[in-house]
Design a protein around this ligand. Structure first.
Ligand code: XMP
Length: 526
């Protein structure tokens, strides 16, 4: 999977645009493994990775733009098939002897491109006129020697080019975005037809490769994994279990801030489907004790984070002691559900991580280092879900919407108490049930349900006056949670949720809808 295994990647060179990750995903959708590298990659580093092909991503609007990122152009001498996209296309043109004209003319958004002749291998099978997504300033005026012009637009004489002999191709537009018609065909033409790569990378091959890798890494040692109930830890734990069976112990800390049914889902459905050996730590009272009287959201987060580590370390220590007593193999590894976007965003990508366990339970010996097993390090979220399905994890867990680590603790505005948690848990369960019943799960990124515990308002129910709390529904649509818009839910669904919550949940006499985008608001209330 990564460069230290037999899998040879398509290297996607990131010039700093948000499109590089998208290109990497599109390559994988075409059944070919891809890996992102920074534009500062050197020819020697590329050689060491032994890629089957290179794709240069978009970036600034022009190679002449101020601070335009450099690229080691001796990489073009390595003879590796290359596709340049947008900025990458201009980098290629300039380095290989073409001309990039400082026209200052811009093309942004939907543009008509005209295919020249048969469009070469790159544009084969796509229509003569097509809608493409552009985002550039200056343009390639002359293709390098040996290159054929494959497409033009009104403003750009060379909108795509190719040199079949060298297997070098380029497009000025963004084939990776859905707004470009036939974009995926172009990427697949490059990979399958021009380079000749088979479509043989899929979640099944990932599972097999990871299992072999984990077995080699772990040997006979024992491993522990923290399950949170979320997708990433559920899938990484199941994958490690598939590889090493009962050498793995999973630990699930119930902090009392979970949603209705989540503990049962993990303890029953997840265990039944995977066969994982699970220890549940019942820490609700400890967490609630520490949260007593606390209303500040940051303080709540800190307490929950701290107590989580304490609870986990306590079990860890017990397991280490137990392993010593029964003369078994030592515990040497921790599983983490780190995903590729986390790796890329923290500037990583290579190197093996190793963490020292925290010592605040006061028991772990100083020299106790745990190696990390991160089997999802090269994967995107949708790929992780697919692998989870193939491992037989229940859909209720694999398809789960994002849920914050501090759980319902940050969705109660005000002090967190047992009664308030019970109230919010019921309201949240009703909202989730109705959204699923209305078939809206795919449309919604997530829908936090919030209890305004410090607010009361007057209501009337039966023949009595009530003085209850409001519940806020916060349905949002988003691609990555960085920005979000409020989801326009059908009135009937909203009415049903509102009726059911006010009728079925004691102490709640109002349901309100949050109609704010992010920014300016965040997704969670806190
Ligand atoms: P905000 O509220 O910042 O949330 O717009 C963005 C996304 O992050 C999730 N979130 C968390 N996830 N631990 C997590 O694992 C946390 O502490 C946490 N806080 C917020 C939130 O649900 C949304 O998807």
């Amino acid at each position: 999977m990564s460069s230290d295994t037999a899998q040879r990647p398509v290297l996607v060179v990131d010039f700093g645009a948000q499109y590089a990750q998208l290109i990497a995903r599109r390559v994988r959708e075409a059944g070919v493994f891809s890996e992102l590298v920074a534009h500062s990659v050197t020819a020697d580093e590329v050689k060491a990775k032994n890629p089957v092909a290179i794709i240069l991503s978009g970036g600034p609007s022009s190679v002449y733009a101020e601070g335009a990122p450099d690229f080691d152009t001796s990489i073009f001498d390595l003879g590796i098939p290359t596709l340049g996209i947008c900025y990458g296309f201009q980098v290629m043109a300039k380095a290989l002897g073409g001309e990039v004209a400082k026209t200052g003319r811009r093309e942004y958004g939907a543009t008509d491109a005209t295919v020249v002749g048969d469009g070469g291998t790159l544009l084969a099978g796509t229509p003569a006129d097509q809608n493409v997504w552009m985002s550039h300033g200056d343009s390639v005026a002359t293709a390098p020697e040996g290159f054929d012009v494959l497409a033009t637009t009104l403003a750009t004489p060379v909108a795509a080019f190719g040199n079949a002999e060298a297997c070098f191709y380029g497009v000025q537009w963004h084939p990776e975005v859905k707004h470009s018609d036939h974009g995926q065909t172009i990427i697949e033409n490059f990979l399958h037809k021009a380079v000749g790569l088979p479509a043989d990378w899929n979640s099944g091959s990932v599972i097999e490769e990871q299992i072999a890798k984990i077995r080699e890494q772990v040997g006979s040692a024992r491993v522990i994994s923290a399950l949170s109930g979320g997708v990433d830890s559920a899938v990484s734990t199941a994958l490690v279990h598939r590889a090493i069976g009962d050498q793995l112990t999973a630990v699930f800390v119930d902090h009392g801030l979970l949603r209705k049914g989540e503990r049962e889902q993990v303890e029953q459905d997840y265990v039944a489907s995977t066969g994982v050996r699970l220890i549940t730590v019942d820490a609700a009272d400890t967490f609630l004790g520490h949260l007593e009287g606390v209303t500040d959201p940051e303080t709540k987060r800190k307490i929950i984070g701290r107590e989580f580590i304490r609870a986990f370390e306590k079990v860890q220590l017990e397991l280490v002691e137990e392993a010593k007593k029964d003369d078994g193999a030592p515990i040497k590894f921790l599983v983490q559900g780190t995903l590729y976007p986390d790796v890329v965003e923290s500037g990583g990508g290579s190197g093996t991580a190793n963490i020292k366990s925290h010592h605040n339970v006061g028991g772990l010996p100083d020299d106790l280092d745990f190696g990390l097993i991160e089997p999802l390090r090269t994967l995107f979220k949708d790929e992780v879900r697919q692998i989870g399905r193939e491992l037989g994890i229940p859909e209720a867990i694999v398809g789960r919407q994002p849920f914050p680590g501090p759980g319902l603790g940050i969705r109660i505005i005000g002090e967190v108490t047992k009664d308030r948690l019970a109230t919010l848990r019921e309201a949240d369960a009703i909202a989730r049930e109705e959204l699923t019943a209305a078939g809206l799960d795919q449309e919604i990124w997530q829908c936090p349900v919030v209890l305004l515990a410090d607010v009361r308002s007057v209501g009337v129910q039966g023949d009595g006056r009530t003085y209850g709390h409001p519940i806020v529904l916060r349905p949002v649509s988003s691609e990555d949670a960085m920005t979000a818009d409020w989801t326009r839910l059908p009135y009937e669904t909203l009415a049903k949720i509102s009726n059911r919550i006010t009728n079925e949940v004691a102490d709640v006499n109002r349901v309100t809808l949050d109609v704010t985008s992010k920014p300016p608001a965040t997704i969670e209330w806190e």
